[in-house]
Design a protein around this ligand. Sequence first.
Ligand SMILES: [Zn+2]
Ligand SMILES: [Zn+2]
Length: 424
Amino acid sequence: MSNVLELINSLKGPCSCGMCHDTAIKDIVIESGAVNTVGEVLKRNGFPKKLLLVADKDTLKAADGIVESLKDFDIEYKIYDTLRVATMKEVNEVEDLIKDREIGVLSVGTGSINDPCRLAAARQDKLLCIFGTAPSMDGFASYGAPIVDKGFKFSYSAKSPEVIIGDTKILASSPSDLKSAGFGDMIAKYVGLVDWKISSLLTGELYCEKVAKLTRDAVDELVELADKVTVNDEKTAGKIFEALLKTGVGMSFMQNSRPASGAEHIVCHILECKELVDGIIPNYHGHDVGVSTLNLLKYYAKLASIEKISAKYENVDWDDVYAFYGDLADDIKAVNFPENIVDGITPESIEENWDNIRKIIREVPSYEECKEAMRKAGCRLTVDDIGKDRKLFNDCTRYSPFMRKRLTLLRLSGMIGIYPEDAD
Ligand SMILES: [Zn+2]
Ligand SMILES: [Zn+2]
């Protein structure tokens, strides 16, 4: 049994946090040459004889040998030329192919291939196996599926796959740019963990020490390997994949993305929505997320350096916020009214908890340490590196906290009176 699977099984079930953690994942195989054993693994996990293999031309080529390993299966194919953005069109296409029949789904690729499969398989209640071709983001084991519909990206509740397979040889030889993106998606967890803990402190949101530790350990282990990320090294590639799986499982365990995403992910989500409206193909998720992470780590460090603050009630110019969101204004209104995530937070509660907030920020590695690790891992580091307009990036950062009913430290910037731009 793989180490990750053992770890997952040890955390499953009733927990001291009050939840009963569960995931659909039954089997995880991460090894060299795993591509040749896919058929065997599917069989032992009860997959039906009929199988829909979904891939794009590049990912199918990367998974050379997979078709041969499936000789006992009756395979149907849905092969895209190339798929960079997952939309509802692909979800519907996959769904139509598996509707009302006894068939399993084998998704070969990364996010944009896997996400439509995860949503379609969830809706049609089919067994799903993900064969990861590059360790580029943490959505492999996650329960949610980010899908673009009518120009907007939305995270749908889908399902974790029953089986996840990664061939370390294939993962290691995937483009180094994708591996660096995976690293960027992982380093982001430091901000996510800070936001989650601060929210539990101020709003009483459910926080699980064990799941937070699962994420924390995974990032820490990966940071140790930073200088090996871009090289073709099977052990490191396997480790990155494992780390990405662990945080995905953490999200499944909590039934939300708290353990793996904080303010930095919301910033990038808006950036992507804005770019989609303009017909721009977004960067690999992890690149934008990494840069946003650094930006926020710097801001949070600035906050942590301040010994005493005087907070005030939130006072938002909503018309200004709605103007920024344009067509999404109604959705933003629904997120913030009639109930608002900061309703229960008084200036006094922020002031009283300030020492704790500073302590929580300092529990994760510093901005400088993270930047150095990212530099070693070949990550993009600046807003220029990811090809964004600085004003747009800053605006997305400033307005992002109103997009979710979820407290982040960034959301408190108005109450504290210190903004990310002040950290520059
Ligand atoms: Zn728990
Ligand atoms: Zn992510």
